[in-house]
Design a protein around this ligand. Structure first.
Ligand SMILES: Cc1cc2nc3c(=O)[nH]c(=O)nc-3n(C[C@H](O)[C@H](O)[C@H](O)COP(=O)(O)OP(=O)(O)OC[C@H]3O[C@@H](n4cnc5c(N)ncnc54)[C@H](O)[C@@H]3O)c2cc1C
Length: 322
């Protein structure tokens, strides 16, 4: 008897079912369509990443073979290819024909000086019925697909840090936390009107920061420092050099217990990470690469946290298209 291996990657045409403006910087888009009954993950979405294939304006979503989609996509004429971007499955809801994917897009071109990219521009202009491509886990095969980094094991004390691009992941994580979780959350968004209603357990101390005109990430690092009482190490917070320096990083910043973009072995990982106990602290830091790197310096460098207890993820880099 022969068995056919099931591809854990689902490649779908995703049609916009609903567009909802959550705040000046966030637009929530619900997607559905043929094949969505197979969409994973089955359990909590946490920080599950998916890939969106945004077609070039005026072109339809290219039909690609899921088994070799990337090579097929690259082989398309440049003007038909569009772009591929990584987003978070904020939620997967419903069953059968009604199953939908929820994605919260940051409209980074409409707020502040940054130029909008193709994905943010598409989201800003999206209408019901518009179509994009979606690469996502097949239901029941999410472990093989991967893409969930939040892995605190049994650690109850959490340090969660996010910028606006990581708010969707943070919100999904918050919904899945046990009621007795404690710790701190530091989240920086462009404006106070972007503070979203995220339900953290009562033991979590959440700090929402409105960036306004201040340099990106600076308030995040200062707040994190205060929360961890690192300002008592002898240097006052205001005496510190600016912690976030644009360009002061490797191109990619990504380190979890399973993988480090630096190529380093993360001491003890993944075995020790799997055994984090209730008395351990686990940190999850996601957002723009400069801020993530500054937080890494703070937590692992000054704070002395073991590397296998932290996940640092650069979701995007200023001045560079993804
Ligand atoms: C695992 C993962 C999950 C992610 N989840 C989400 C999510 O749920 N929602 C979401 O909105 N984003 C999310 N992102 C970030 C998103 O992929 C990037 O912001 C991406 O660059 C957007 O593509 P674009 O085509 O709009 O801009 P690009 O063409 O990639 O970039 C164009 C210009 O815009 C700048 N830029 C990109 N993003 C921003 C921003 N947010 N603010 C200011 N300038 C920016 C770039 O530096 C560049 O100069 C995620 C990224 C990763 C890796």
């Amino acid at each position: 008897m022969t068995t056919t291996a099931v591809n854990p990657l689902l490649l779908l045409t995703a049609a916009v079912r609903r567009v909802e403006r959550l705040s000046p910087s966030f637009v929530r888009i619900r997607f559905g369509g043929e094949g969505f009954e197979h969409l994973g993950p089955e359990g909590p979405t946490l920080d599950q990443r998916v890939k969106l294939l945004i077609p070039t304006p005026g072109h339809v979503v290219p039909r690609l073979d899921p088994a070799a989609w990337y090579a097929a996509w690259l082989a398309l004429p440049a003007e038909e290819r569009g772009v591929v971007r990584t987003y978070t499955a904020r939620a997967v809801e419903g069953e059968g024909d009604e199953r939908q994917l929820v994605v919260d897009f940051v409209l980074h071109g409409s707020v502040g000086p940054a130029a909008a990219g193709p994905a943010a521009t598409w989201a800003e202009e999206a209408r019901v019925g518009d179509e994009i491509g979606l690469l996502a886990p097949r239901r029941g095969h999410e472990r093989s697909f991967g893409g969930i980094e939040f892995a605190p094991a049994d650690a109850r004390r959490l340090v969660l840090v996010a910028d606006e691009t990581a708010v969707p992941a943070l919100a999904s994580i918050a919904e899945a936390l046990p009621a007795d979780a404690d710790g701190v959350v530091v989240v920086e968004v462009p404006d106070a009107t972007d503070f979203l209603d995220v339900p953290f357990p009562p033991g979590i101390e959440a700090h929402w920061i409105a960036r306004g005109d201040r340099p990106r990430g600076t308030q995040t690092v200062a707040t994190l420092r205060e929360c961890l009482h690192l300002d008592t190490l002898g240097r006052r917070v205001e005496d510190q050099p600016s912690p976030v320096r644009a360009g002061d990083l490797d191109d990619d910043v990504w380190e979890t217990a399973l993988y480090s973009s630096s190529g380093d072995d993360v001491a003890g990982a993944p075995d020790e990470a799997a055994h984090l106990g209730p008395d351990d602290t686990y940190a999850w830091v996601a957002g723009d690469s400069d801020t993530v790197k500054a937080c890494r310096r703070l937590l692992v460098g000054e704070g002395g946290m073991p590397r296998h207890q932290v996940a640092f993820m650069g979701y995007w880099k200023q001045g560079r298209a993804s």
